[in-house]
Design a protein around this ligand. Structure first.
Ligand code: ADP
Ligand code: MG
Length: 622
């Protein structure tokens, strides 16, 4: 038998390795922009044709390369940024693996033109499929121009894998914005098919945010700036009122690198708790700087996830810094719960379970933590909260509090307030009849008695669950009916949202929205889902896009699924909405018919049942 193993030719090995780094035109955009930043440029121009499928070009005025370096930079593991293993623990440049250019050269046609300030002539190099086709001296401005043409021309399988131009362009704009936000002191332009889409002059971070996200934010930004020995946090967050009407954007950077972190996003959102309506998104552009030794550098640099040495500390600091900033600008809570006088007497009972109290307690704890710099670990000692959590979330505790009284005890101390809900007993928590008289509390909860005790339904979360199941059925089976608009509304979107919208149009149709492109960045809404009142459809659509963009389910899910979830949360009855008895009963019935009635798709309970035993305990002395 002959031997079987042989070495792959270089160009095939390179193509395989390239797959990790260059997945789509936007990956090249990221790498080339970062190289330009690392080269010390203060003007960087990005030129795109055909959503990057035919051309991605980055022109910078950075330090340029020598003739040898220009040739060398395409070799795998060719980098000027590290030379020994220790360097990895202090890395401050955007790149360091020396993989990007080698990868690009393996899967595209490349033209490089570069000149250092000290050289009279620059170097021009053409590479195809990792093979140098041409190299010659040329005249060139100081800096580097790197053009990647016909991505995946030599890997048709990958080329076929690329998405629509709209989709690829959106990824490109995302990468562009990430780098542009991280370096406001650099001028950036983006030209797509000959049209300048962004022109971002040098300025402050605040100016850059306004350039990218719109002048509506100019007066809506609150500065964040906290310095500790462990890390620094700075940037801007949107005032809570901007979260409601303006489209929010959320960006987090660690050592100037854009990252995605559902965990830290949660920290920021938590700081806004009780200040913004549910399902609205405050803007934030936050930068965390810390010693690179506190980061796991083995995480692949093209990935946007990041590993911190101690994630809990970072969480506590982020949350406290944002809270602190919001408090300093004396932004007061805007949510105000009206208490129904008929059930005023319930206040004392319901108090320990309100999310306000839990939030307030945890907040003060965290704030305390933050002000005592070096004791961030204190955040873990939230023991006093644990008891509350158990009552609040039936799954969390021992369960003893919620068990039905099994008859050993007489109901001799049945509290008076239950008389408010005097009604017949029920067999299943959500199994109600037309005689049930539900009570709405704080315009947020629906309360009614059951055999076991009393059930509290969260009106918004419950409705979200109902809509989620209905809309999921719509995209997989029968579409939602559309009602044609007599006076179709138009909406204007940012370039980034325009590409997103183009991509979503077919799925929106299944969900009842008939949207048509209408020239430069605008769309006409020809129809809306039957049953949803018309009149606010353009805001609805914009908010939906927003929810879609910022939706981070924590697990990978399809575009359709994301849209369904975003729409369910968008269209749900919000807390603060008054409901009639019939509306409450309908909601409870709809919920009871759900496949999974007790939990939202995000994992929150839709209702909680308090057992009689537990209620009794509240009134008895220890
Ligand atoms: P890395 O950025 O990880 O070092 P790359 O493959 O992206 O690897 O680039 C290889 C090397 O090429 C860089 O280390 C740098 O020395 C050089 N280089 C790349 N792009 C530029 C540029 N725009 N200007 C100057 N030098 C560059
Ligand atoms: Mg690089």
């Amino acid at each position: 038998m002959s031997d079987l193993i042989h070495l792959l030719p270089d160009n095939i090995a390179n193509q395989i390795a390239a797959g990790e780094v260059i997945q789509r035109p936007a990956s090249a955009v990221k790498e080339l922009l970062e190289n330009a930043v690392d080269a010390g440029a203060d003007e960087i121009r990005l030129i795109i044709n055909d959503a990057g499928k035919s051309l991605v070009q980055v022109i910078d005025n950075g330090k340029g390369m020598s003739e040898t370096d220009a040739r060398m930079c395409f070799e795998r593991h060719a980098t000027s940024k590290i030379s020994k293993i220790d360097d990895l623990f202090s890395i401050r440049t955007m790149g360091f693996r020396g993989e990007a250019l080698a990868s690009i050269a393996a899967v595209a046609q490349v033209e490089l033109k570069t000149r250092r300030a000290e050289d009279i002539l620059g170097t021009y190099i053409e590479i195809d499929n990792s093979q140098v086709k041409k190299q010659e001296p040329c005249s060139a401005p100081t800096g580097t121009s790197f053009a990647m043409k016909n991505l995946f021309f030599n890997v048709p399988a990958r080329r076929n894998f690329l998405k629509s131009n709209a989709s690829e362009m959106r990824h490109i704009v995302d990468e562009f914005i990430h780098v542009a936000l991280a370096f406001p002191e650099i001028l950036f332009t983006l030209t797509s098919n000959g049209q300048e889409v962004f022109h971002l002059a040098k300025g402050t971070l605040k100016q850059r945010i306004v350039q990218v996200m719109g002048s509506a934010y100019a007066s809506k930004l609150v500065g964040v700036m906290e310095q500790t020995d462990y890390l620094n946090i700075y940037g801007f967050v949107g005032k809570p009122d901007a979260a409601k009407k303006t489209r929010g954007d959320q960006y987090l950077f660690v050592n100037n690198r854009f990252i995605k972190s559902a965990y830290l996003n949660h920290a920021v959102m938590n700081a806004y708790q009780e200040m913004i309506a549910d399902q609205s998104f405050p803007l934030y552009v936050l930068f965390i700087d810390l010693d690179p030794a506190q980061l796991d550098i083995n995480v692949h640099p093209t990935k946007q996830e990041i590993k911190f040495e101690d994630e809990k500390i970072v969480y506590a600091f982020v949350q406290a810094a944002v809270k602190h900033a919001l408090a300093q600008y004396s932004v007061t809570p805007t949510l105000d719960f009206d208490l129904d006088p008929a059930i005023q007497q319930l206040e004392a009972v319901s108090k320990p379970f309100t999310s306000e109290n839990i939030a307030a307690a945890s907040a003060s704890n965290l704030f305390h933590t933050f002000t005592q710099k070096h004791q961030a670990h204190k955040v873990e000692s939230r023991n006093e909260l644990q008891g509350w959590r158990q009552y609040y979330d039936p799954g969390a505790g021992s369960g003893a509090e919620h068990d039905v009284a099994t008859g050993q005890k007489e109901n001799k101390t049945e509290p008076d307030f239950l008389e408010v809900f005097a009604n017949q007993a029920k067999t299943s928590p959500l199994d109600i009849t037309d005689e049930t008289k539900p009570v709405q509390l704080h315009l947020s909860y629906i309360m009614f008695p059951t055999m076991k005790g009393v059930v509290m339904v969260h009106q918004q979360l419950a409705h979200e669950r109902v809509l989620y199941e209905r809309l999921s059925d719509a995209v997989t089976g029968k579409p939602v009916a559309t009602q044609r608009s007599l006076f179709p509304a138009t909406c204007m979107l940012s370039p980034a949202d325009t590409t997103l919208m183009e991509e979503l149009i077919p799925d929106l149709k299944l969900l009842g929205y008939l949207v048509e492109p209408f020239g430069k960045n605008s769309f006409v809404i020809q129809g809306t889902p039957a049953g949803i009142p018309q009149g606010t459809e353009s805001q609805d659509i914009e908010k939906l896009l927003e929810a879609y963009k910022h939706f981070s389910p924590g697990v990978a899910c399809s575009g359709k699924e994301k849209l369904v979830r975003a729409m369910a949360s968008r269209q749900s009855i919000k807390t603060g909405t008054s409901l009639s008895d019939q509306e409450m009963r309908n909601l409870i019935k709809d919920l009871s018919l759900c496949r999974q009635p007790n939990i939202t798709i995000g994992g929150n309970p839709t209702y909680v049942e308090f057992g009689k035993d537990y209620l009794e305990k509240l009134f008895s002395r220890p």
